[in-house]
Design a protein. Structure first.
Length: 165
């Protein structure tokens, strides 16, 4: 060949490149990639709204995301939304990676993750590192939710109150 490269070496490099691309794309699930795209849209929307975006904007966004969920997760998310609002009315609802979340001073404190969206066997309610839940050298930050019983609701309410204290 005129460029000094053999056709075999060029083909080998091409095959390696394709393998690398295929391997990279398998690092995240389709659901995780969709959540990252959703986060990018959220950031873009927030920058368009500017610093005067109110709690009402976040409330509308969270309610819209909850309404998109299928029944088991939607019912749970609606109930969690009510629990968080009652337990910590100062938290601002917002979406985070396409899921309902609640922030204090612009920082997400707690969030819900749908089981159906992420194809997991249970939904989760989690807390970020901004939550005031530190207990010793180790403490839980995400909780698996199969159903919301009165005891579970009470525990979540107490955790949310502690997280913002």
């Amino acid at each position: 060949m005129a460029d000094g490269k053999s056709p075999t070496k060029a083909t080998d490099r091409s095959a390696k490149s394709k393998a690398a691309i295929n391997q990279k794309s398998k690092r995240f699930t389709d659901e995780e990639r969709a959540a990252m795209k959703e986060r990018a849209r959220e950031l873009k929307a927030a920058s368009r709204r500017g610093p005067r975006a109110g709690k009402a904007d976040g409330e509308r966004d969270v309610r819209a995301k909850i309404a998109e969920m299928q029944k088991p997760d939607r019912v749970m998310a609606e109930r969690l939304h009510a629990i968080v609002n009652a337990s910590a009315p100062d938290l601002s609802p917002r979406t985070w990676y396409g899921m309902p979340a609640y922030a204090k001073d612009g920082n997400v404190v707690c969030f819900f993750k749908s089981a159906q969206k992420f194809k997991t066997r249970y939904a989760t309610f989690g807390f970020s590192d901004k939550a005031n839940l530190d207990e010793g050298a180790m403490w839980p930050t995400d909780f698996a939710l199969k159903e919301l019983t009165p005891d579970v609701e009470k525990r979540i309410g107490a955790l949310v109150k502690k997280a913002v204290s």
